[in-house]
Ligand binder design. Structure first.
Ligand SMILES: Cc1cc2nc3c(=O)[nH]c(=O)nc-3n(C[C@H](O)[C@H](O)[C@H](O)COP(=O)(O)OP(=O)(O)OC[C@H]3O[C@@H](n4cnc5c(N)ncnc54)[C@H](O)[C@@H]3O)c2cc1C
Length: 411
């Protein structure tokens, strides 16, 4: 049997997703000794959100790494359309939105690999892959670190602070038994890909039909497609022949007629269970939770990654400042992170829940009748200032955080 080994660090970040890697990178830029644990061997997981919004582009610019990021394969999205039963309406427009008038569509593994390689160049950063946190170390009602498994055996990581960035199924959240407010969601999402032709529309388009809804994201030579189904209906749907599903896709997007046959089996269609929830308290003595671990976001607006990164920026500023000024990380510090981020998260989730209840539920329940464009939307969509509002909210969120680069150590 292999022996348990242990290591000591200042901040132990559990989870190498967008929140965890950005937090690790920023703390390392501030000279904080940080160890990030990621349970997988690589970042090559498909069907995660693939968007980087304006607030994150600003962060990359402020850190001086945007030029290198820009060299990665990506597409830029400048408008969002919704197609009601065949009639398309532009409802989001980034033209004129500052400082970045686009959303960047980039494979999430490219973004995570990029952040990991930038962070690895910093002396106080350590990333341990295939390292899964399974429990916390608790002494005198204070979290003192985590226990983890690795291919080499058990690992004990002792830390001044544990930051859980381990996503919506967070182990740390479960172990700490933190109370959760569940906001519910009427839908789950089926994800799949189909080839894209040059003659297809560009950009991002939502398609609404009677009882069906689909969002298509232009990824260059393919469409990444999210097909919304009523919550819990996935198992029943999968008992039908795949040809029935192909027909439902074509009913919404007729130009996919020939390509729909490329969805050969249900194995090519992944189900993502949608959860919208948030913790009432994001911290306990010695531990902080951010990103989806603190508040799972609905896929509406594709804002989850950027909300998680905004949490990471707020946490890095507060932790970096506390360590440089007072050399301690107490409950006041952790409360400050929640106070900075909670109001923005609540506002965004409220908008998502309104969209879920007023639009998505209604469309998924509708039988037979194609939805038509509400008159008020048709009128509002004529004005760019109106189309800029959803673009600004999606691109920059509420109460955006700027990294405090005065805390950065000289390289
Ligand atoms: C259907 C769907 C579509 C979405 N589309 C978009 C989109 O287009 N754009 C967008 O911005 N957001 C989207 N989101 C939301 C987005 O995926 C999340 O909000 C975002 O990834 C949260 O980032 P995170 O770093 O907090 O957590 P995650 O991205 O979940 O990262 C958590 C990381 O922790 C690791 N981990 C988990 N447990 C452990 C453990 N015990 N020990 C060590 N490591 C662990 C995981 O492997 C993972 O790498 C979508 C969500 C859904 C459900």
């Amino acid at each position: 049997m292999t022996e348990k080994t242990s290591l000591q660090t200042t901040v132990c970040v559990v989870g190498g997703g967008p929140a965890g890697l950005v937090l690790g990178y920023l703390l390392a830029r501030m000279g904080v000794e940080v160890t990030v644990l990621e349970k997988h061997a690589d970042f090559l997981r498909d069907f995660r959100g693939d968007t980087v919004h304006g607030s994150t582009l600003e962060l990359l610019r402020d850190c001086g790494i945007k030029q290198r990021f820009d060299a990665l394969p990506q597409q830029h999205l400048q408008e969002m359309c919704i197609n009601f039963g065949g009639e398309s309406l532009k409802l989001g427009d980034f033209q004129g939105v500052k400082p970045f008038d686009y959303i960047c569509l980039i494979a999430q593994w490219d973004f995570l690999n990029f952040m990991a390689s930038e962070a690895k160049a910093l002396p106080s950063f350590r990333l341990i892959m295939q390292c899964e946190a399974t429990d916390i170390i608790s002494e005198s009602e204070q979290v003192k670190g985590v226990l983890a498994t690795t291919p080499e055996g058990a690992l004990e990581i002792r830390a001044d602070l544990v930051v859980a960035c381990d996503g919506r199924s967070s182990t740390i959240r479960k172990v700490l038994k933190l109370p959760v407010t569940n906001l519910g969601a009427p839908m789950d999402v089926l994800w799949f890909r189909l080839p894209r032709k040059e003659t297809d529309p560009s950009g991002l388009e939502g398609r609404l039909g009677a009882g069906h809804m689909m969002v298509m994201i232009n990824r260059g030579d393919y469409w990444q497609i999210a097909y919304l189904v009523p919550k819990g209906s996935d198992a029943q749907l999968r008992t039908q022949p795949i040809t029935d599903f192909q027909q439902q896709v074509v009913a919404l997007v007729p130009y996919l007629q020939e390509r729909s046959a490329l969805i050969r089996s249900w194995d090519e269609v992944k189900t993502l269970v949608v959860t919208v929830d948030r913790l009432q308290r994001w911290h306990v003595p010695g531990a902080l939770l951010i990103g989806d671990a603190a508040h799972a976001m609905s896929p509406i607006g594709g804002v989850g990654i950027n909300m998680a990164i905004q949490d990471a920026v707020a946490a890095a500023n507060v932790i970096g400042r506390a360590l440089q000024a007072r050399h301690i990380l107490d409950e006041t510090t952790l409360t400050e992170v929640q106070n900075k981020r909670e109001a923005g998260v609540k506002r965004m989730q409220s908008l998502q829940v309104i969209a879920q209840n007023r639009v998505i539920s209604a469309v998924l329940r509708a039988k037979g009748k194609e939805p038509s464009v509400p008159l008020v939307l048709r009128w509002l969509a004529r004005f760019r200032w109106f189309r800029n509002i959803p673009a600004r909210i999606i691109g920059y969120g509420f109460g955006r955080e700027h990294v405090d680069t005065t805390l950065f150590k000289a390289k």
